[in-house]
Ligand binder design. Sequence first.
Ligand SMILES: Nc1nc2c(c(=O)[nH]1)N[C@H]1C(S)=C(S)[C@@H](COP(=O)(O)O)O[C@H]1N2
Ligand SMILES: [Mo]
Length: 441
Amino acid sequence: MAELKDNSRKRISKPLKDNEGISRREALKTIGVMSAGISFLKIPENEICPPAFNAGLRPDALRQDPILAEAISQLEYLTPAKKFIVQRRGNPVLPELPEELLPSIGLSQETWRLEIISDPESDSELGNPFTIENNNALTWSGLMKMAEKHAVSYLHVLSCTNAPKPYGMGLWEGVPLREVLWQTKPGRNIRRIRFSGYHNNDPKQIFQSSLPINRVLEEIPGELPVILAYKLNGQYFSHANGGPVRLFVPGFYGNRSIKWLQKIVLTNNHQANDTYADWNNDVESPVKTCAKFIKVPAEVRTKQMFAFTGMAQVGLLGLSKVQYCIMPADEPPDANDPYLALADWRDAMILPPPANWGSDLPGGKLPGNLMQIDSKTGKLVSWPLPNTIVHWAASAKIDIPGKYDLRCRTIDANGTAQPMPRPFGRSGVNAIEAAKITANS
Ligand SMILES: Nc1nc2c(c(=O)[nH]1)N[C@H]1C(S)=C(S)[C@@H](COP(=O)(O)O)O[C@H]1N2
Ligand SMILES: [Mo]
């Protein structure tokens, strides 16, 4: 069995200064926090789990910690499509347009059309542009025909750059955009591709994004393709989720994944013209690794174990640990340690792939053709998977009554603690989360 190393426990609490009150000093000494260390908590072997991850866990003793087992049993990996948080924009609010209206605005399966043209202000060559005028725009049935041959699906988190929690963890299905693009016979002078969706014929409501053309045409081995997506968790998209067809751009925050996709423009202009960039966001930011709470008890009894759970968004930089620390709530911030690197961080337990992936999927089973499953071994290519979430759990106890801050953070695969290496909000919220706990005697 591989031993998981834990450096954090060697780290000591930051030294108390002389002028600090005795009560808090005592409290700090006696918060009997106890790690949900992997050493005493184990999980059954998991069929789909890559061997390297299984090796870190010993089978079968999860049941021996009923408090943790109960907390973990409430977690659902895939967010049900109906529970995805939807970005509300426009007037009228576009995700809330009435169903009856959708066919007349090209947002039903029957009436949906995708135009692909070259930028009239640029010199991009396109041998076979798709236009409504020429009656060769891509239709739903055309897309479904392509799906028979080219459909792919993958797990990917949908997060907004500026939201504290992911909008949802989804299983996305679609046709790689390049398959459609090649039908338009792209030629010379194409450096960038722009996307826009339904915007109520109101220029002020246009929401567009863009990518360098190579991101659509090729992937680094293991990277996921940009898709014309039509299913979330095995079901065709609702209008609210961006249906009938939305773009899905893996590796980035949600702003690139244009809902109600209707138009694609190829251009020789190399600059991003993303609406979200105009709103002072860093649209080039890959998804960040960071930890969030899911369930924390507001009140606990002193000297009694309690469990708490959370998720970690796993970004480009991967994940090696999730940690938590418990500090008295009145702890003054240390100007020299803004990210609490010196706090007494303990390891939480990162959960393996779930046996049941979520209530949207028949039997809770993942489709066998998932891009992140190795077709030779039948196992996930890694765990955690980049650009998804993992759940984590820990249990602890507090010995002295009082108010406390419970915090969580990730350590990425490079060994860097959250919110480094990029603590800037406009490229994705990744501040260390805190939850309040009151310990009563
Ligand atoms: N057409 C359109 N697409 C859009 C947006 C929008 O306002 N209009 N918002 C973007 C942003 S900023 C995010 S975070 C995601 C949110 O997707 P959701 O509404 O499905 O949660 O959609 C992206 N695609
Ligand atoms: Mo967003």
